[in-house]
Design a protein around this ligand. Structure first.
Ligand code: FES
Length: 571
């Protein structure tokens, strides 16, 4: 029996509305047979010149279309809000949920049977996937791929990693303006997204580990011809997925999410995985909580030797065999039977890849670190949790007691951090408030604030920093992030004062503000909430509805999905 396609409700009718739906589309020159039973594939494109990492996706859409047509489908490309990490103010994270709404409603409102998500830069993967999950059509992701390795003074440098060293290089190594310019033009030297294991690469690995890409897709550089082949094959495959009714809900089970957490630990992925994976699970109705990232991920060995915690970059990772090698090595930890977009299990897809460089991808018997992943901290300073990435932190600081140096806002930090009279030493703990989802608003990647000039000149490389914000996936240091509840809604972080002693014990998963319970209560009673950062528009809507970090910072009204059915026609 011939399958009834969702698009048939638009194009299959012989009445007035069928006429309307077909007639206007015909102005783009589609022949009759495009409207008679071909699966209609929406190509959801995050291309934008303001999102440099996705600048090549306009061409990629044409390649995907080739594949869709070859398989007998009808491709229709549509744009959605694109989020350029290095350009948007105050932070792309403020707009992740907005872009997800755009994607969700664009898919649901249109005559689509299946969807290809063209993604790249950090937020463009989670935002589009969150939206697609709330509709639940057959969906495949085409990650745009990393840039070629950055080059500077004969060395490889990671885009997004070098910039964290600029202050230190200028102060300690006397880098000139010419040096910095040379690094600037050599860092991002090809199409693609950041090529360290930052958030974009983490997101690409996340979707591959979830089973939402063709095998091996994540690491292929954007400019490698094989990326184009992958895009074309994805176009072919989505048509088959529609015929098989292989929807997101059949792939994104709890086990798939667990696999993604495990693989993220193995590659040393970004802490941003947590906030995005929690939000995606929330859209799918899959139960996942902050503690799962520690329970499932923190005992997994680190295999990928990639910046920011390691030495190599994504191009090297691809040449060494890419994510399939990591998945094969981790197979004793993974749910190998879970199904992926090509209809095969993740175990079958990755049963036999060859590792060409064990310097870049270590074996399970000789890992780079026995335990990687992310540690979830609890204590009176973070009642609903906080996180730290041990592989990016300084070992000696993992157990520490030190006095707080408090900055009430990001502006306060900028104004005072390099004040020679600031009472800060290598034992201090920087506490940065007001950078959570509600407070900034949008929870920017500022948690790894630079150390003060006077400590850098002394040769200090790291001190503990605590905030309710996030950290770029390309950053490093002993940085405690995602403190929940955040300071702007009255979490304990709000009442920390200069000189309060703070205790961190990563092994015991403890983060403690050492003041008496009475004093804590007294300070909380005296606390007043800061004025909201917006009184109108999307930002006001966001502030009113955003959930805290331990819940994925999605809007409360966007949890779950509304499916793909739309019962009412235009008129
Ligand atoms: Fe786009 Fe890093 S800025 S991936």
């Amino acid at each position: 029996m011939k399958q009834k396609l969702r698009s048939h409700d638009w194009f299959g009718k012989s009445d007035k509305m069928g006429f309307v739906h077909r007639s206007w589309l015909r102005n783009q020159g589609y022949p009759d047979d495009y409207f008679t039973g071909r699966p209609v594939i929406g190509i959801c494109n995050t291309w934008s010149e303001l999102t440099p990492c996705n600048g090549h996706l306009r061409d990629f859409a044409e390649i995907v279309k080739r594949g869709v047509i070859e398989a007998g489908g009808f491709p229709l490309e549509f744009p959605v809000t694109s989020l350029g990490e290095t350009i948007m103010r105050p932070t792309t994270m403020l707009f992740r949920n907005l872009a997800s709404m755009d994607t969700e409603e664009s898919i649901r409102a249109n005559p689509l049977d299946g969807v290809v998500l063209l993604t790249g830069c950090d937020k463009t993967t989670p935002s589009t996937l969150m939206g697609a999950c709330s509709v639940d059509l057959p969906t495949i992701v085409v990650p745009g791929g990393p840039m070629l390795n950055g080059r500077f003074k004969g060395q490889c440098i990671g885009s997004g990693s070098f910039n964290w060293m600029v202050k230190e290089k200028q102060l300690v190594e006397n880098y000139t303006a010419e040096d910095i310019h040379e690094a600037e033009v050599g860092s991002a030297r090809s199409q693609g997204h950041c090529m360290s294991m930052g958030t974009a690469s983490t997101m690409a690995c996340m979707v591959e580990a979830l089973g939402l890409t063709l095998p091996g897709a994540a690491a292929i550089p954007a400019v490698d011809a094989r990326k184009k082949v992958m895009a074309q094959m994805s176009g072919r495959r989505i048509v088959e997925m529609v015929k098989e009714d292989l929807k997101l809900s059949k792939i994104l089970t709890r086990k798939a999410f667990e696999n993604s957490i495990i693989v993220n630990a193995g590659v040393g992925g970004s802490t941003n995985l947590i906030i995005h994976l929690l939000a995606i699970a929330g859209r799918m109705g899959v139960e996942l909580n902050l503690e799962d990232f520690d329970t499932i991920g923190s005992k997994i060995p680190l295999l990928a030797n990639l910046k920011p915690s390691g030495e190599y970059l994504m191009e090297d990772f691809y040449y060494a065999g890419g994510l399939p090698v990591v998945i094969k090595e981790l197979k004793k930890y993974l749910h190998n039977e879970v199904i992926t977009v090509n209809g095969k299990s993740i175990g079958d897809n990755n049963s036999n890849p060859v590792c060409y460089n064990t310097e870049v991808i270590a074996t399970i018997d000789k890992p780079l670190q026995e335990h990687a992943g992310i540690a979830v901290l609890k204590g009176n300073l973070c009642e609903d949790g906080a996180i730290i990435k041990p592989s990016a932190a300084t070992k000696e600081l993992m157990k520490h007691r030190g006095p707080a140096i408090v900055f009430e806002t990001m502006e306060d930090y900028h104004a005072r951090i390099d004040d020679p009279n600031l009472d800060i030493t290598e034992n201090s703990v920087i506490v940065l408030k007001g950078v959570g989802p509600v407070g900034y608003p949008g929870m920017p990647e500022v948690g790894n604030v630079d150390l003060p000039e006077k400590l850098i000149r002394k040769g200090v490389k790291d001190i503990i920093r605590i905030s309710d914000g996030r950290m770029s996936g390309t950053a490093y240091g002993t940085v405690i992030l995602h403190v929940s509840p955040e300071s702007s809604v009255g979490g304990t972080l709000a009442i920390v004062q200069d000189g309060d002693m703070i205790e961190l014990d990563v092994e015991k998963r403890r983060l403690h503000l050492d003041i008496s319970d009475d004093e804590l209560k007294k300070r909380k009673a005296a606390w007043t909430a800061p004025a909201p950062m917006a009184t109108r528009g999307y930002v006001k809507f966001y502030i009113d509805h955003v959930q805290q970090a331990h819940l994925g910072a999605d809007l409360d009204i966007l949890q779950g999905g509304s499916g793909s059915e739309v019962t009412r026609d235009l008129h």
